[in-house]
Design a protein around this ligand. Sequence first.
Ligand code: ATP
Length: 443
Amino acid sequence: MAENNITKIVSFCRRRGFIFGGSEIYGGLSSVWDYGPLGAIIKKKIKDIWWKTYVEEKEDIVGLDSSIIMTEGVFKASGHLDNFADWLIDCPWCKRRYRIDKIEKIDKDLYKCPDCKKDIDAAKNKPRQFNLMFKTNTSATEDNPYYAYLRPETAQGIFINFTNVLNTTHRKLPLGIAQIGKAFRNEVTTGNFIFRMKEFEQMEIEYFVHPDQAQKYYEYWVDERFKFYTEKMGLNKEKLRRRQHSKDELAHYAKACTDIEFNFPFGWSELEGIANRGDFDLTQHSRVSKKDLAYFDNATKQKFIPYVIEPSAGVDRTFFSIICDSYHEEEVKGKIRVVLKLKPNLAPYKIAIFPLLKNKPELVSLAKNLFYDIKNKLPAFYDDTGAIGKLYRRQDEIGTPFCVTVDVDSLTDKKVTIRDRDTMQQERVAIDEVFNFVDNKLG
Ligand code: ATP
């Protein structure tokens, strides 16, 4: 099949209710997207799997849910107020605005407009710096404002709660604090769908360690997170790679950083960054807040500011990579079959149940009974609103691993036909055995 292009993926996501444009009926809002019914299910599954893997299954990580709105001091300390800015340039011909680091430089001071392809002369159209944070007024009155910011990453909520968590959980280092939540950046984008949004969701761990152990844990987390994408999200290894940042590319706080990149329809791009942030954040917050955020090791009687390793993943980019990787078009009997080859743990429904004929009440009732029985054990879907071929296609498109058809023979032999999404092979299985059959195959 031809490579999945972005237009195809966007229209597929819209058509099947995965993702809609933000504020769509009012003309839309650039780089803001809403997740529809099926998108919301997959997105929640991604987050649940991440949370289970790290907060529930690891003994050295605890969870947190800190606020989105934070006071100015937090971002003075973190460096976001001074450094979290992009250099933007306007095309004088088509009037579009771009990040200067994302467009082609063709000569000294000369850039190529990605849209109208004309030259932009940076000497005449001076680039301007633009802070990415959303500022808001938390006071009740306009004339006596109190400014705060929507967090541009969930990480800062973790740093400022470091001693709260330590003191209330009585943990020792190494200790990870994990958080899933929304982050906001006033990004200038070039239409890469949910890759770059103004409102998005992150899954971040700040893993606090003794400085001597930072390198070891940095390497551990790069490997661990790579494995998560292949083993838990089912992404194809060939479409993933690690990319280590060069020294001049590192963010102001980082000692080292490796991106995990995915081969999106527009090329290799960051899915997640794993950084060794050193002691930058805790040192800064100690200095600006004047609260001591150092750690005291009872065993060695040593007091120090821990280093932190940060695996920082985007929920939306993970979602996007999963859709791109699992979307397939296959030719079946002269027609194109669209099938979403999702890893079953991410499929919105694990099983769909249909009566072969919807005008036969006995079949409808048998199919519905089976549906109500299974529904309590597995996410299931019942449908009788079309011919059987159409019902199969609908489920293939949303990645349902198994479809069950109840036919006239089912009334006497008490068996149904189970069809596999990927192979399209069909098997006859006793009604009482449907759950076990599917459950075994899902593993
Ligand atoms: P980029 O270089 O693509 O702008 P970044 O290096 O600024 O990304 P980080 O600050 O490292 O990104 O954020 C960690 C993760 O959060 C990213 O790997 C990505 O998955 C996600 N993320 C960051 N910005 C956005 C955004 N605007 N829209 C969607 N996801 C985002």
